[in-house]
Design a protein around this ligand. Sequence first.
Ligand code: 5RP
Length: 223
Amino acid sequence: MTQDELKTLVGQAALHYVKPGTVVGVGTGSTVNKFIDALGTIRDQIAGAVSSSEASTARLRALGIHVLEAAEVDELGVYIDGADEIDHAGYMIKGGGAALTREKIVAAQSHQFVCIADETKLVQTLGAFPLPVEVIPMAAARVMRQFAALGGSATLRLKDGAPLVTDNGQHILDVRGLKISDPLAFETQVNQWPGVVTVGVFALQKAQICLLGTGAGVKTMVF
Ligand code: 5RP
């Protein structure tokens, strides 16, 4: 199976975790796009979705799915999202699509995080994928130096030759060369740095379930 077919497989499998009549939390990315397409087939059975990005909101609305603001809903039963890396404890690196801040907010609002990913995303130790960090532009140079002190090399993410601007009006740093052996401690540490909006380690908001697309079908990992 191709990577795209594996993404379709896990996107469809995630429907199993959507309870009828509820509002579902929806992440961002190419794997989530497959889930959104599957969600469109049961749109009359759900109350709507809280979205983690402008891109997902547009796709949900195009399929006729009602999109609510996060503030309109107290708690969400389930949040479905992809990952750039996931380890065997359910800790993840996210933010390849620059939506990490809203993803973390919606994940924090949800009882259960169901990660959907193809098998290339499963790792022993987080850090081979460049770690996305959303920063307030004024703090970018200082935060880059702080990562250098940890052995990482941070670069400003560009789009069309200019700094990428997130849905929140901020910038993204991508940090290479880190080996994140204690994701909880790492996330807690970087969260304290002035000017960091969100670090792309999802340890405090880790996955409880991962639907992993493999050549042998969908493997369910429970953490
Ligand atoms: C976006 C994300 C995505 O979940 C992550 O980048 C995985 O994307 P894809 O499903 O396209 O591989 O965190 O900010």
